[in-house]
Design a protein around this ligand. Structure first.
Ligand code: BGC
Length: 469
């Protein structure tokens, strides 16, 4: 793919070879350059991807095309952002990755107090039966309530469930398909609120579930509690997704009432963008190989180029290829590097965050993986990490540019949460730079919505309580 008009942005992946590095006195081998180039995206590539996203959004919103649409644009049934007057005590549950959280959220005059506890969800529970999964959620809720001295108390509860769900109401939601390594049986096609209620009944836990929300929606809600111009919620963590506030008149699939407020938050489920092959020209051999190793092959292809669950594996596959062809590690690829998923995305964060000229962090990570490295190996490995993370930031921005153009405001804030965004050293500045270049006429602010997904579920419950009182 021609990349003549590459964004001028900082840290452009394949331009990251530090030419000043003394150790890299010769030019990198053609294969190294070729691999780095394969991750490169030009400004016109991003504009094209952005337009494709926009077309997919329109297909998802239109009732005539929604059935075959890839980006489903699910109405969340959340119609109002918080206005800061919400108050009361709420429980929240947050399930979206290998950690599950139970929270007690207290809202008062724009202030939020939270107590929470994290429970690990084992691989067996993620891939076992739905009954086991929901029973373990009910057990954790019971334990948390007891620890808080609220054993029998029946506070309203918001459930953040961060998987693609078709909602029929605020507290009715069918799981369409699992993502992010979950495969628990007998859940797809079922109402997850019902499954939680049944588990709580089996375990004798009182439950008053008033809302089910996606983590993007929670993130937007929690930011909007203090920030008036937040219109988009974005997650860049294990998975990726976005939501935004849309006019009811543009939501052809809307089945709810037409009363004020005539708008609704749309959970885009943008991770599935590309599942019809429209991003195939931009996917590399490593994207394809990594996809083949996942439990949801050929699904969530945009998510798999962007989010934390996958970036490390893409880098690992590129390093294995370069090692096997003698361009890295003296041609010796260790067993650890040959092992799928062994190169974690946090390694990209550590390697790219190391400002020392010796790439000491990179050396230590590779040594721990049983590899012998030369200084030029370290430079190349770092460049591969930068290329993969830069591409991810660019792709996320291409998607955001489509949403920003749909919203049509001159100024707005995007509420963001997720480990990749929070921990990676250049993800945020890269996104800011690319946003400036891709949507120069709109002033866009990225705002961290710390703990958004848990807090947001309580806020949805609180707004529902405010509107019904
Ligand atoms: C899920 C989304 C979620 C995103 C971020 C994706 O895999 O489909 O529902 O919002 O991950 O957690």
């Amino acid at each position: 793919m021609a990349n003549t008009d590459n964004l001028t942005g900082i840290n452009d992946g394949n331009r990251q070879m530090k030419t000043s590095d003394k150790e890299l006195s010769t030019k990198p081998a053609a294969e190294v350059t070729e691999i780095l180039e394969s991750f490169s995206l030009s400004k016109s590539n991003l504009q094209e991807i952005s337009q494709l996203m926009r077309q997919n959004m329109d297909r998802g919103l239109n009732s005539a095309t929604n059935a075959s649409a890839i980006v489903k644009m699910y109405p969340s049934f959340v119609r109002s952002l918080p206005d800061g007057t919400e108050k009361g005590d709420f429980f929240a549950l947050d399930l979206g990755g290998s950690n599950f959280r139970v929270l007690l959220v207290q809202l008062l005059d724009g202030d939020v107090k939270m107590k929470s506890k994290i429970y690990k969800i084992s691989q067996e529970t993620m891939t076992g039966t739905g009954e086991q999964l929901f029973d373990s959620i009910a057990d954790s809720l019971a334990e948390f309530k007891a620890e808080q001295g609220l054993g029998d108390t029946d506070l309203p509860l918001g459930f953040t469930f961060s998987f693609p769900c078709k909602q029929m109401g605020l507290a009715t939601a069918t799981l369409v398909k699992w993502t992010k390594g979950f495969t628990a049986s007998n859940v797809e096609g079922k109402d997850v609120v019902q499954l939680l209620k049944e588990a709580c009944k089996r375990k004798n836990v009182n439950l008053q579930i008033v809302a089910l929300v996606n983590d993007t929606v929670g993130t937007l809600m929690s930011c909007a509690y203090s920030c008036r111009d937040a219109y988009i919620g974005l997650i860049l963590g294990t998975g990726t997704n976005a939501c935004y506030m849309e006019k009811l008149s543009d939501v052809g699939t809307w089945t709810g009432d037409d009363k004020e407020p005539r708008e609704v938050i749309i959970n885009m489920e943008w991770g599935a963008f590309g599942d019809d092959g429209c991003l195939d020209d931009y996917r590399t051999e490593f994207d394809r190989e990594m996809d083949g190793l996942t439990l949801n092959k050929s699904k969530q292809l945009y998510e798999k180029m962007i989010s934390g669950m996958y970036l490390g594996e893409i880098v690992r596959l590129a390093l294995v290829k370069l090692g096997s062809s003698g361009h890295l590690f003296g041609g010796k690829v260790s067993e650890d590097l040959k092992t799928a998923w062994k190169f974690e995305t946090r390694f990209l964060t550590d390697i790219e965050g190391d400002a020392s000229s010796e790439n000491a962090e990179c050396r230590s990570i590779l040594t721990n993986l049983g590899l012998t490295t030369s200084p030029s190996d370290l430079t190349i490995v770092r460049s591969v990490c930068v290329a993969v993370s830069t591409r991810a930031a660019k792709l996320a921005v291409a998607g955001l540019a489509a949403v920003i153009s749909k919203i049509g405001l001159n100024e707005l804030t995007i509420a963001v949460d997720g480990s990749l965004y929070k921990k990676h050293p250049t993800f945020k500045p890269n996104m800011e730079q690319f946003l400036k270049e891709l949507v120069p006429s709109v002033s866009v602010k990225l705002m961290l919505s710390e703990d958004g997904s848990g807090k947001g579920a309580a806020l949805v419950a609180a707004v529902a309580a405010r509107l019904s009182s």
